[in-house]
Design a protein around this ligand. Structure first.
Ligand SMILES: [Fe+2]
Ligand SMILES: [Fe+2]
Length: 225
């Protein structure tokens, strides 16, 4: 079983094990900026609950590598291409199609109410809007253009895969910016329930996007380039 390697850089740890993103976020550990710090350095500096974090990290890593399909214990890398595509579309694309419009509507509400007291919301609103538009086009390209081709063997897909990987990088930058601008999704004291809900949803969006992009870049696309 994999356990959290404290000597690895924190940036590398989320690249190899994206399931750690949620754990780091739960404990307020910064894995984006300062990505060159070792895991040990980062968690010791950013949280008072190092031992709890390590227990949760080990659990998350074990759960991610032993994903249950048809009651067999399978890793993502053991999935057939068809199973991977099915999982991406159902879990990650389904999630985005449902949540992006909801976050967008709530974000506009908090901008109206709190924009004056918290001007950073203008930028957060703008970056989220751009990300939403980009992701919607991206999902369609994958579902309409790429995935059907991959299901049939994936010949001649290299250029399209590169284009989609570039789009993943762009989305990653927007997610980093959102993490920074929201101070790691810390709701200001005068923030209302909707404010809290938006930040909670943005935090889940970041964690889900890491798993989504990891599954595509490092597992699915790798089979065809
Ligand atoms: Fe996708
Ligand atoms: Fe994608």
């Amino acid at each position: 079983m994999n356990t959290l390697n404290l000597k690895m850089s924190i940036g590398e740890s989320v690249t190899l094990y994206p399931e750690l993103v949620k754990v780091y976020m739960d404990y307020g550990v910064d894995f984006c900026c300062g990505g060159n710090r070792s895991v040990k350095e980062a968690i010791e500096r950013d949280t008072d609950y190092v031992e709890n974090l390590i227990v949760d990290a080990d659990k998350a890593m074990a759960a991610a590598t032993q994903f249950s399909v048809d009651s067999k214990q399978l890793k993502l890398s053991d999935f057939t291409t068809h199973q991977l595509i099915d999982r991406i579309v159902r879990e990650h694309h389904g999630y985005l199609k449902m949540e992006l419009p909801i976050i967008s509507e709530l974000m506009f509400k908090i901008l109206m109410v709190h924009g004056e007291a918290h001007p950073e919301l203008y930028k957060i609103h703008q970056i989220f809007g751009g990300l939403k538009t980009e992701l919607e086009g991206h999902l369609v390209k994958e579902e309409v253009l790429l995935f059907p081709k991959l299901s049939e063997g994936g010949s001649d897909c290299r250029a399209l895969i590169e284009e989609l990987e570039d789009e993943h990088d762009g989305a990653g930058e927007a997610l980093h910016e959102l993490t920074d601008l929201t101070g790691h999704f810390k709701v200001p004291e005068d923030g209302c329930g909707t404010y809290q809900l938006v930040y909670e949803k943005l935090k889940i969006l970041v964690a889900d996007m890491y798993m989504h992009v990891h599954t595509e870049n490092n597992v699915l696309f790798k089979r065809f380039v």
